[in-house]
Every structure is written in C-alpha cells, then in structure tokens.
Design a protein around this ligand. Structure first.
Ligand code: ZN
Length: 238
C-alpha cells in the first residue's frame, strides 16, 4: 500500500472551490506551565471524543496555558475518555466543530491547512467501498444556503511514526512531569517508519507532527467525485 499526506494548496495557487467555515470545537484542554519543561501548548483535535459527561466549565473556553496543578487535574478528567492509544496533550480540542459556513465545498477540503474535511457524499462513498479507520465527525455548521451538503471533520489519530533518520535534531523531547509527548518540526524530506504503519487503516496521523496520512485507496476513491483543492504528497515507507 502507498501512502500520501494531504495538504492545502500553496498560497499562490487559486483553487476552484469557494467554501469557507468559521467554527470551533466544543471543548478545549489548555496548555500548561510545567515546572520542568516550561510553558507550552500544542494543537490538534479529537472531534469524536465527547466530554459532555464531565460538565467541567474549565474545558468550555479556549484559554492560555494554565498552572501545573490545574492542568494535571484536567488531564486526569479527560484521559479516561480518550482512546487508550493516543496521547493527551495541552492545547487539544474535543467534540464536533460548531459554527457557520459559506460557499461551495469540494470533495476534500484542507481549511484551515491543518484540517481535513470531507463532504457527506465522500464519507458515504469511502464507507461503502469498505475503507477502514475513517473517523468522520459531522460538523455543526449553519449556512444561508439550505442545499449545502453536510461536512465532516476527519480525526487522524497519531498512530504512525516518521522514521527517526528523517526527523533530525529539531526535536522537543518528551517530559515525564507533565506528560508532554515528543514533537518536532516536519522535515522537508520525510518517510514513514515501516514498523509503525497501522496495518489496514486508510486514514491516520503521525505522532509528534500535524500530518494527515491517507492511503492510495483513499485517494483513488475520493477522486471519483471530482477534483479537490488539495495536494497529495507521497510518503514513502522505509
Ligand atoms: Zn513538562
């Protein structure tokens, strides 16, 4: 199986789709003032994770980094509701996106550039073709156009790894005090670590980096619904 990362168009390329949305996830874990590794906040989202049972007002708003004790209290609340195989990290959002949308959306949208959004007919096609690991969460978007198709945010869980030989020295090490996972700047030339490719999945993310990876089967399937304003860049496996 070949794999590709999905990226938005470059800033100087004009796309064919006008769709835009303004939306936020339902819950947010703040960053932390860690006594060992300093003040930091990451990013990313698990839209499929429902934190409504916690009824915790501190998770309702987007806030700056919080003190260490408060952060660890919130992590202890959130951790049991996350899938066991993903890290919990300050700056992460949860639950469906809610907001407004306008314009026309192509089959696949990377807007903002770090998001992966699918039109409803794409989600249905991927599922009908038996693709695996498609976690697509319906976005709660209001639009003036009554015919606007529903949009789904893809949750790309960081299950794969890049090969250590391509990451280089620009790494932030993990922290055992606050639980911060290792992270790094994306190297321009990159490839997947063969032993860490999640077998059989058609969508996944990468530990430590904000990269959405899709399979060759995913690319071939969505292209049947016409062009999208995205680039696919092959990620070799080595
Ligand atoms: Zn720390």
């Amino acid at each position: 199986m070949r794999y590709f990362s999905v990226d938005s168009l470059n800033f100087d390329e004009s796309g064919m789709w006008s769709g835009e949305y303004r939306a936020r996830h339902r819950w947010h874990l703040p960053g932390v003032e860690c006594p060992r590794c300093g003040t930091w906040s990451g990013s990313g989202a698990y839209p499929s994770v429902d934190l409504s049972s916690l009824s915790e007002p501190a998770l309702d708003e987007v806030r700056g980094p919080t003190n260490f004790e408060e952060y660890m209290r919130l992590v202890a609340l959130v951790r049991p509701l996350l899938p066991a195989d993903v890290p919990v990290k300050g700056g992460t959002s949860f639950g469906p996106m809610r907001g407004t949308a306008q314009g026309r959306f192509g089959p696949v949208t990377c807007y903002p550039p770090w998001e992966l959004v699918l039109r409803e007919d794409v989600v249905e096609l991927l599922k009908s073709k038996g693709l695996q690991g498609i976690i697509a969460v319906r976005m709660e978007l209001r639009s003036r156009r009554s015919t606007m198709p529903a949009l789904y945010e893809v949750e790309a869980r960081p299950l794969a790894k890049l090969h250590t030989d391509c990451i280089g020295e620009f790494k932030t090490p993990p922290c055992s005090v606050c639980g911060r996972p290792e992270s790094y700047f994306l190297p321009p030339k990159r490839w997947l670590l063969r032993s860490a490719v999640p077998e059989g999945l058609d969508v996944f993310g990468i530990a430590g980096a904000r990269l959405r990876v899709v399979s060759e089967r995913f690319v071939e399937t969505v292209q049947r619904l016409g062009p999208s304003d995205v680039h696919y860049q092959e990620l070799p496996v080595g």
